[in-house]
Ligand binder design. Structure first.
Ligand SMILES: Nc1nc2c(ncn2[C@@H]2O[C@H](COP(=O)(O)OP(=O)(O)OP(=O)(O)O)[C@@H](O)[C@H]2O)c(=O)[nH]1
Ligand SMILES: [Mg+2]
Length: 635
């Protein structure tokens, strides 16, 4: 049933806006390629330079086309998370049961045909039939996750997921198998998802665990948190009882937020997840509305399109306008030269000087920025080492081989989680360093352009333009895949892709790879072999202590290697950008020189340049105007 059809309204408007932006991107690209064709004709056989503008086209297109909004569903065990997810989707994508059920995170996103893949801790994945997914996600068939699954991914043809919304069901936070580090890690996901749905149970008590959990939740971003009081029918349909329950729960939440010093509006949605699920099965729209899921879904959609979605659109519109302005500036350089070809010689000398200067300044900026990498590397190294220090202390307290075995599986998880935290901190830290570098380079770039043609309007490059070339896009994609895998692998619930993308979009292509995965896998097979091979407790302990050191050393080597790679990527991309920039300019000069040698062509070319300047100006205006359409009316 399309109980979600009313819901799709917001997404439609997002899609309309996105299509409008893609159309205006096409337009700029079209004008640009006509301009390039001209240039190619004039240049007669000169290899095309690697233009800043061409690189930007593919980046903006990618960011617009691959939008992803992640909504995580969180809560203590048996709060009806899976039932709510299934209700929202209208299919049984996650199994439900009265006893602890969800053993691993379940990701659901859009696909024309239903499809499922299971991802394992060793980095492998396996495609399975959608009907067989529960064999991996259920506590019954995969108790204590002995299959080593990190998450399960499903694609379903459900309309409202089509714009890239991804839902994540998570195991209960207080799952007996989970330890503190695991729970903290899940809670951190709340910082990364675009929106979080947090479930509480209605029968009117909020226990100490739930209250503690609540404080952790409300200490975070309240705006994107949708608190759901999942009600059993007896409360749900008796209006007075329902209000009392809501008031009670509401008061506990307000108190909790006061304790952690948070203020702001707290929204609580009374929902009956079971009823929502049944409404979907029975295709009963009235029941669906009564269940409260209707309102929750609408508000969620509304929130996503107004915040996460609007950010994506605004950013793209601005970047498209910038590309058009950059192109216009490039034609304007040519226009000015055509006006007075006598100046060409003078300009060229000036450029020679400026380029040399630029080269020196770029190099200085890069070296300065990269000195900040050393302290960051130290921080990451100590983060990676933390679990080892604790593990060595714990090891001495273990009394039996069984305990050692349990210890090894717990340690493995801690390592995965710790590794993932390290990756994320590295991405943040490195992103800041690169961001600072970009700002400096941009100023240099602008200074050269202004020196060269003082009458040009300010040229602003999007932050990507200086550091990323089209052939680096591949690296970028590889890094993104790695970072996604790293986050999904080790976390209870993934969703780094939202955060990962943001980091990458600022030009960082250097997230640490799956450290946690590496550590986890090392511990996994090395430790179990050790325990099996040693009959005495002492021997096993000693062997493990030695092995821990080995694993730590391997991980640190991996950190160093990856940090060096990151530094190298930045260095070489700055160098490439600088060369491309100079190449573009010199090419312009050559074109103009060729034209000015044929006076009869000069007039035609002047008119032509003026037309291109106008065309790019129109493009920039239209890109900005594309957003003042339907969505602005909604907001
Ligand atoms: N009566 C009633 N039962 C519900 C409601 N929501 C969920 N349930 C039932 O509660 C049980 C637990 O639901 P699940 O969806 O498996 O809960 P969960 O939070 O995913 O549980 P874990 O994954 O084990 O943490 C199931 O038997 C559901 O049918 C509700 O609103 N009313
Ligand atoms: Mg569940």
């Amino acid at each position: 049933m399309e109980g979600g059809c009313a819901v799709a309204e917001f997404l439609d408007s997002f899609d309309v806006e996105r299509d409008a932006l893609l159309a205006s991107l096409d337009q700029v690209e079209d004008v640009w390629s006509r301009f390039q064709e001209r240039r190619a004709l004039e240049m007669d056989g000169t290899a095309e330079t690697d233009s800043l503008i061409a690189g930007e086209f593919s980046l903006v297109r990618r960011d617009l086309e691959s939008t992803e909004f992640t909504v995580g569903i969180f809560g203590l065990i048996k709060r009806g998370k899976s039932t709510l997810l299934n209700g929202l989707i209208g299919r049984e994508v996650s199994s439900m049961h009265v006893t602890p059920e969800t053993a691993v995170p379940v990701y659901v996103s859009y696909g024309d045909d239903p499809e499922a893949a299971v991802h394992f801790a060793d980095g492998t994945q396996k495609h399975v039939a959608v009907e067989d997914v529960h064999a991996y996600t259920s506590q019954k068939t995969n108790p204590m996750n002995h299959l080593g699954v990190t998450f399960v991914e499903q694609q379903v043809p459900v309309g409202f997921l089509r714009n890239g919304t991804r839902l994540i069901d998570t195991p209960g936070l207080d799952d007996a198998e989970a330890d503190e580090v695991y729970t903290q890690r899940t809670l951190q996901e709340l910082d990364i998802v675009d929106a979080g749905v947090v479930l509480f149970l209605s029968p009117p008590t909020v226990g100490a665990t739930e209250l503690g959990f609540l404080e952790d939740i409300v200490a975070r971003d309240l705006r994107k948190t949708f608190l759901v009081c999942n009600m059993y029918p007896q409360h749900f349909h008796d209006r007075e009882t329902r209000e009392q329950v809501l008031e009670y729960v509401g008061m506990r939440i307000v108190e909790a937020s006061q304790r952690v010093g948070r203020s702001g509006e707290v929204r609580i949605y009374p929902v009956c997840a079971l009823e929502a699920w049944e409404a979907r099965k029975n295709d009963d729209i009235d029941q669906w509305k009564r269940s409260g899921a209707d309102r929750l879904l609408r508000d969620l959609e509304n929130y996503l399109s107004k915040h996460a979605g609007q950010d994506v659109l605004d950013d793209a519109a601005e970047r498209i306008a910038h590309i058009a302005e950059l192109a216009r500036a490039e034609v304007q350089v040519r226009q000015q030269l055509l006006e007075d070809p006598e100046k060409l010689f003078h300009f060229r000398q000036q450029l020679d000087r400026n380029i040399l200067d630029l080269e020196r300044r770029f190099e200085a900026a890069v070296s300065m920025a990269l000195t900040e990498v050393a302290p960051l590397r130290m921080r990451i190294r100590s983060l990676v080492l933390q679990p080892f220090t604790r593990a060595k202390q714990d090891l001495n307290k273990l009394e039996t081989l069984e305990e050692i075995e349990q210890f090894s599986s717990r340690f493995r998880r801690q390592l995965e989680v710790g590794g993932e935290l390290a990756s994320r901190q590295f991405a943040d830290g490195f992103g800041q360093i690169v961001g600072g570098l970009q700002r400096q380079l941009q100023e240099r770039f602008q200074a050269v352009m202004t020196d060269l043609a003082p009458n040009l309007p300010n040229i602003r490059l999007s932050p990507n333009a200086l550091l990323v070339t089209p052939d680096q896009l591949q690296q970028l994609h590889a890094a993104k895949r790695r970072s996604e895998q790293a986050s999904k692998t080790s976390a209870v619930v993934g969703g780094l892709s939202g955060g990962g993308l943001t980091v990458l979009a600022t030009g960082t292509m250097t997230l640490l790879g799956p450290l946690g995965l590496l550590g986890g896998a090392l511990v996994g097979w090395k430790m179990s072999n050790l325990v099996a091979g040693h009959r005495s407790l002492e021997q096993a302990r000693d062997a493990i202590a030695i092995r821990l050191d080995e694993i730590a050393a391997t991980m640190l080597q991996d950190v160093d290697r990856q940090v060096e790679q990151a530094v190298e990527t930045v260095r070489s991309s700055v160098e490439r950008r600088r060369r491309a920039f100079a190449g573009d300019l010199y090419q312009q000069f050559e074109v103009v020189q060729a034209i000015s040698e044929r006076p009869e062509a000069l007039e035609v070319q002047r008119r032509d340049a003026a037309r291109f300047v106008d065309a790019f100006e129109d493009c920039a205006r239209e890109a900005r105007a594309a957003l003042s359409g339907p969505l602005a009316a909604v907001g």
